[in-house]
Write a new protein. Structure first.
Length: 112
């Protein structure tokens, strides 16, 4: 499988890693859309949130608590956005579940 985020998770491709545990990896986005822009991924390949099942519930919860921890470590706890683009029409370009942690500028609502 030719998945760029699997390659980052395995260490085959370099990334600026911010956080890692047994199941989760977080690294800087290559094309940042905010002063802080981190991607948080499960190490195991899951195509998108739609591809998750009940057995992924703990992993999904752990991603959120990891996001809060990362935000705290990066001193952006007060205001950040955590978002996943699910499907090409929603802006998903990499087919490996990932959450964008964005902070450091005013966020617009609704997102485009
Ligand atoms: P999305 O459009 O939601 O699928 O977001 C994919 C993000 O992944 C996009 O913001 C750019 C980032 N990205 C793509 N390829 C790489 C890469 O090789 N390294 C890193 N660090 N980020 C990448």
């Amino acid at each position: 499988m030719d998945c760029i985020f699997c390659k980052i998770a395995s260490g085959e491709t370099e990334a600026s890693i911010i956080y890692e545990d047994e199941d989760i990896l977080a690294f800087k986005d290559l094309n940042p859309q905010a002063p802080t822009h981190i991607l948080i991924i499960p190490k195991k390949h899951i195509e998108s949130l739609s591809a998750c099942s009940q057995e992924d519930s703990a992993l999904l919860g752990n991603i959120q608590t990891a996001a809060a921890k990362i935000a705290k470590e990066l001193n952006v706890s007060e205001a950040f956005r955590l978002v996943t683009n699910n499907g090409a029409k929603a802006g998903q370009s990499v087919k490996h579940l990932h959450y964008h942690l964005l902070a450091g500028r005013r966020m617009m609502w609704p997102p485009g």
